[in-house]
Design a protein around this ligand. Sequence first.
Ligand code: BDR
Ligand code: CA
Length: 322
Amino acid sequence: MEKIILDCDPGHDDAIAILLAAGNPNIDLLGITTVSGNHNVENTTRNALATCTAYGIKVPVAKGSPGPMIADQVLAVEIHGETGLDGPVLPPASFDLDPRHAVDFIIDTVMAHEPGTVTLVPVGPYTNIGLAVRKEPRIVERVKKVVAMGGAYTRGNITPAAEFNVYADAEAADVVFRAGWDVTMVGLDLTHQALATPDLQDRVRAVGGDIAQFILDIWTFIDTTHGGLLQIPYPAVHDACCVAAMIDPTVFTTEKADIRVETAGRWTKGMTVCNFEKMGGMRHFGGTAMEQTNFRHTVAMTLDQQKFCDLIVDALERLTRR
Ligand code: BDR
Ligand code: CA
């Protein structure tokens, strides 16, 4: 059983990540923390609570950072709409937030568990995780690993160079990638292979029920914003890929790399510069010994689409039955 904290900004694909984590018996969802990203933190928190309320997901939800560590706020309203989760209709949230700030929830939870047992799964901008590292650096040694949606090694989606989660708080991403832990970067190169194809949508429709309808409504809305903007044929189910990897690490292949975040580039802010070990790996970043390469990061490469779809459908069936 893998213990995870899901740090998210629901967000359409974030909501599917919540469902996958709650619906798989191999995941122990210790809590959900929220951050501003797809929309402001009031809306992302409400969307997390409403999703949990609607589908009987009883885990702590802690509200987090209202904006990036340093940068001005960037929201993804053009993708996720005016509520952050436009399209599906959810009931009002009917349970209380955890009283702690997300940063304190993350620190308390990691420090309360045995070393090497809790994985952080950030799928929004990494503000909460960066602040947690700054406030309690011992979490870096203590966590098992970080499996993060964000970045890319070939492309961006908010700029030609940068993916949204990293761009929206590049300084926080820099803190996260420079900390000494193993970060698995589940970037656009991978998540653009995780598409809600007609076949997956048919399988979800065949399960039937409210949760299936919720997922279908998510994809119907995202199809009107995401597909056109990103020139991919179907909605990408980005954030659920991280949870899928926690359930079954063979859902995608990986390569080792050293990843640095560009925080100051004129055209490249938020770019994740990947120095791949298998490609011979440059010994130094920037050419100084101080910037010696360390291939401790992991990059998600090729998705097993069948396994990924099976995990989504399996979680949906379990949630629908219970
Ligand atoms: C990421 O940005 C958000 O819009 C999605 O929820 C995902 O986490 C993709 O770039
Ligand atoms: Ca997200």
